[in-house]
Design a protein around this ligand. Structure first.
Ligand code: AMP
Length: 281
C-alpha cells in the first residue's frame, strides 16, 4: 500500500492505473477506522481492481461548535488497518493541500438537506459535497462506497452525482454494528460507560418500529411516538430527532408506504449518535 499526501502524486498514480485499464473503487473516510469503514473496502474489493481510500478530516464540514479539533486521529493505526484490508493507495492530504486558498466557487446543497442532521448542522453537507467534488476529480473512480449509517449523506451525494453528471456509481453499504446492535462509529469512544450500556436502545427502538410497520401500522406519528416512548425509558441522552421520510428524497410522508427511512439522533454528554433503518413498505 502506498500512502500519498500530495495531489499531483495521487493523480500520477491514478493515470498509471488507468493506463493499465484498471478500474478504481474509492472509499472516502475521515479516519479513525473501524469495521464499518473496512466493510466498505471489502465491498469495493469485490468490484474493482484498485482500491483508493482517503483519510481527510474535512474542516469545511464541521460547525464552529463541533468536534473538528478533537476528532480522533491516528494515521499509523489507520494505515495498518487499511493495508491489512487490502487498500492499494491511502490518500492522506492535509488541509492546506485540499484548500490551498479560499474557494472562488462555493457549493450549496438545496435538496435533501433541511431535515435530519442537515437541519441542525448548517453548512455541513455543503462541506461534504465540496470535498467530495475535489476528491472525485483527483481519484476519478468508477465506483464510490458509502455507509448507510450516514443515510442522509448518501442521499445528498446521489443528488450531487446525478446533477453534475459524475461518471461514478454510488454504492450503498449496510451499517456494521457491534454485537449488541450499536452502529459502529468513530464517535462511540466519547461515550461514558453508562451511556455505552444504554446506546444499543437506539437500534432496538428502530427494529421495534420496523416490526410495527411490518404488522400494518402506517401512521408515521404513531410510529415516531412509540420510538420516543421506548427511548425515554432506556436512555439518559437527549433525543435530538426521530423522523420518518421517503428515501432517498427525504420528503415528508403522510402514510408509510414505498421506500422510507426512520432516522434518529441522540445527544449524549460528549457524543451525538445517529442511526436509521430503511424499509421498503
Ligand atoms: P466517516 O469516517 O465517519 O466519514 O465515515 C466514512 C464512511 O464510512 C462513510 O461512508 C460512513 O457512512 C461509513 N461508515 C461509518 N460507520 C459505518 C458503519 N458502522 N457501517 C458502515 N459504514 C460506516
Amino acid at each position: 500500500m502506498k500512502i500519498i499526501q500530495n495531489i499531483k502524486e495521487m493523480q500520477q498514480e491514478i493515470r498509471y492505473s488507468k493506463s493499465l485499464g484498471k478500474s478504481i473503487g474509492f472509499v472516502p473516510t475521515m479516519g479513525a477506522l473501524h469495521e464499518g469503514h473496512l466493510s466498505l473496502v471489502k465491498e469495493a474489493q469485490r468490484e474493482n481492481d484498485i482500491i483508493v481510500m482517503s483519510v481527510f478530516v474535512n474542516p469545511l464540514q464541521f460547525g464552529p461548535n463541533e468536534d473538528f479539533e478533537c476528532y480522533p486521529r491516528n494515521v499509523e493505526k489507520d494505515a495498518a488497518l487499511a493495508e491489512d484490508a487490502g487498500v492499494h493507495y491511502l490518500f492522506y492530504p492535509d488541509a492546506s493541500e485540499m484548500y490551498p486558498k479560499p474557494l472562488s466557487v462555493k457549493m450549496l446543497v438545496k435538496e435533501r438537506v433541511n431535515v435530519l442532521c442537515g437541519a441542525k448542522r448548517e453548512g455541513h453537507f455543503d462541506g461534504v459535497v465540496t470535498v467530495l467534488t475535489k476528491l472525485f476529480h483527483i481519484i476519478q473512480p468508477e465506483k464510490v462506497y458509502f455507509g448507510l449509517k450516514d443515510a442522509q449523506q448518501i442521499a445528498v451525494i446521489e443528488g450531487l452525482v446525478e446533477d453534475y453528471f459524475f461518471p461514478i456509481e454510488v454504492v450503498r453499504v449496510p451499517t456494521v454494528r457491534e454485537i449488541d446492535g450499536l452502529a459502529k462509529s468513530s464517535r462511540n469512544v466519547y461515550l461514558s460507560e453508562t451511556e455505552r450500556a444504554e446506546a444499543p436502545a437506539l437500534y432496538e427502538s428502530l427494529k421495534r418500529a420496523k416490526e410495527k410497520i411490518e404488522n400494518g401500522r402506517d401512521d408515521p406519528e404513531e410510529v415516531k411516538n412509540s420510538i420516543k416512548d421506548f427511548l425515554s425509558l432506556h436512555i439518559t441522552g437527549a433525543i435530538d430527532y426521530i423522523e420518518i421520510y421517503s428515501y432517498p428524497k427525504l420528503e415528508r410522508v403522510e402514510k408509510l408506504q414505498g421506500e422510507i427511512i426512520i432516522a434518529l439522533a441522540v445527544q449524549f454528554k460528549e457524543a451525538r449518535l445517529i442511526d436509521n433503518i430503511i424499509i421498503n413498505v
